[in-house]
Design a protein around this ligand. Structure first.
Ligand code: GLU
Length: 504
């Protein structure tokens, strides 16, 4: 039997999670669930300088909202913890020692000023096989000097020693075999004595190995790091348990070229973060999909299609359906354009899919807050009539307020177009016609009113539009008689009289 996959989502808590990160997590989730494997959250917080308070909580809250649950995480624990890199210092130190002992890494004492001077002196300076022997490190200094510098607490870094001229193969499940020559790589810093912490690259590889990660699924921006990671696996003697890689396509701006950024969101007025985020330093507020009225199911469906497609016409997929259908073969290599209209379309589709009663229960709470207490059955009928027209739940009030409150003003352009000289008399007559009706159902109203219009030789459009203006205050809304049935006879008549009195 094949080994059950173990995948991880490994964000760095350096700010709000970008929507692309949510897409990455989703693909990890789908793959894990499809194969009956494990989906792990690992917090990569070794870069203390970039740590932002609240970012980790934000990540957890995002996945709670989306309903994507982790099998192992800082919160849930698991057999391979701790799941926060800042709590794994000793583990990394041990591996740094092993690398040093094997001669696969070395200690470097070059100060920032010395490195700066070198860069100024040599264009495109890179710390690598061609330059390392000119630098101050354990390869060039006598052994005793290295020892005494460490003893005297001189700060140092550990660098990985990349041997030039070797082919490094990254087997990518989406991109196929990517081969790179080690000569282009530099001797990256993998550990800093200053904070006794590894850098991202080492911590990432060590943890993937120790947490028995089988597939590294992450954004394309990490593809350039992959050869170094493969090199680290080899240097640590772990090449036999190297995970498979899958680098997901970049999310592109809605228009033009380049990566989707927060600035695009600000400029075009849409969220690029799952939840609202308030920057703890500047107090700056960034929109979130949740606060903008997106349903979690809609956002998931939308994100699933940013870089993957099922190869069929079907666009609406529940999480279960996505889990069944997902595959790397159907992931694209080229960037996925972020299309906000599509996101809205998905939200609309999920609102339509939601049972009216469920919509009504949510909306009724909002109504009660406004001091409007209407039976759930009526609210259910009302939302059923207007849900075709909304993209977000918060648009419900705007689309339905006239069901609950008589209009206080009348849309000017409709008045100009529809309120004619003969209209007041017609509306008065219509009011008395309705007055005489016992059955106020939409169907009965319609047949009686239409008959009356015909008998009098009125223009149907003019009468009905004026009627709508009187009841709704504007030229919008669903079928007229369904509105009046829900509003009721008395209120309808009252509104007709009010309109006659108030519209000039
Ligand atoms: N900590 C990296 C990030 O913030 C992880 C990249 C990876 O998945 O290897 O995305």
């Amino acid at each position: 039997m094949q080994q059950k996959p173990r995948v991880r989502f490994a964000p760095s808590p350096t700010g709000p999670l970008h929507i692309g990160g949510v897409r990455t997590a989703l693909y990890n989730y789908l793959f894990a669930r499809q194969k009956g494997g494990s989906f792990i959250l690992r917090i990569e917080d070794t870069d203390s300088a970039r740590f932002v308070p609240g970012a980790e909580e934000y990540i957890q809250e995002t996945f709670d909202w989306l309903g994507l649950s982790f099998d192992e995480s800082p919160r849930n624990g698991g057999n391979y913890g701790p799941y926060k890199q800042s709590q794994r210092k000793e583990i990394y130190k041990e591996q740094v020692h092993r690398l040093l002992e094997k001669g696969a890494a070395y200690i470097a004492f070059d100060t920032p000023a010395e490195l700066e001077a070198k860069r100024a002196q040599k264009a495109n300076f890179q710390y690598d096989a061609s330059t390392r022997m000119q630098m101050r490190n354990s390869l060039t200094l006598p052994k005793e000097e290295t020892g005494s510098l460490i003893q005297s607490k001189t700060q140092y870094v550990v660098r990985i020693k990349i041997e030039p001229g070797r082919d490094i193969v990254v087997n990518d499940l989406i991109r196929g075999k990517v081969v790179i020559n080690s000569s282009v790589l530099d001797d990256k810093v993998i550990y800093k004595s200053a904070d006794e912490l590894p850098t991202y690259h080492l911590a990432n590889v060590v943890d993937d190995h120790l947490m028995k990660i089988t597939h590294v699924i992450r954004g394309e921006e990490w593809l350039p790091s992959a050869p170094l990671h493969v090199w680290l696996y080899r240097s640590l003697g772990w090449e036999d348990s190297m995970p498979g890689f899958a680098h997901l396509p970049l999310l592109l701006k809605p228009e033009g070229n380049g990566k989707l950024s927060k600035r695009d969101g600000d400029r075009l007025g849409f969220p690029v973060f799952p939840l609202e985020w308030v920057d703890p330093k500047s107090g700056e507020r960034s929109q979130g999909f949740r606060e903008s009225g997106y349903l979690p199911e809609a956002l998931i469906n939308f994100l699933a299609f940013l870089g993957w497609n099922p190869g069929t016409e079907q666009e609406i997929f529940s999480l279960e359906e996505l889990t069944a259908a997902f595959s790397f073969e159907r992931c694209s290599k080229s960037g996925a354009r972020f299309d906000l209209e599509k996101a809205k379309w998905y939200n609309h589709q999920y609102i339509l899919k939601m049972p009216d009663i469920q919509l009504a229960e949510m909306f009724r709470k909002e109504l009660l807050q406004k001091g409007i207490n209407v039976p759930l059955g009526t609210v259910t009928s009302i939302v059923g009539l207007v849900k075709e027209r909304i993209y977000f739940l918060h648009e419900l009030w705007e689309q339905t307020s006239y069901f609950f409150e008589a209009p206080v003003s009348y849309e000017e352009k409709t008045v100009r177009k529809r309120w004619k000289e003969e209209t007041p008399a017609q509306m008065k007559a219509l009011a008395s016609l309705l007055e005489g009706m016992d059955d106020f159902s939409a169907a009965t109203q319609e047949s009686i009113v239409m008959d009356w219009i015909q008998r009098n030789g009125y223009h149907t459009g003019n009468v009905m539009n004026a009627f709508r203006l009187a009841v709704v205050g504007a030229g919008k809304g669903p079928h007229m008689f369904q509105i009046t049935e829900l509003i009721g006879k008395e209120e309808t008549i009252r509104r007709l009289h009010r309109a006659v009195a108030n519209i000039q």
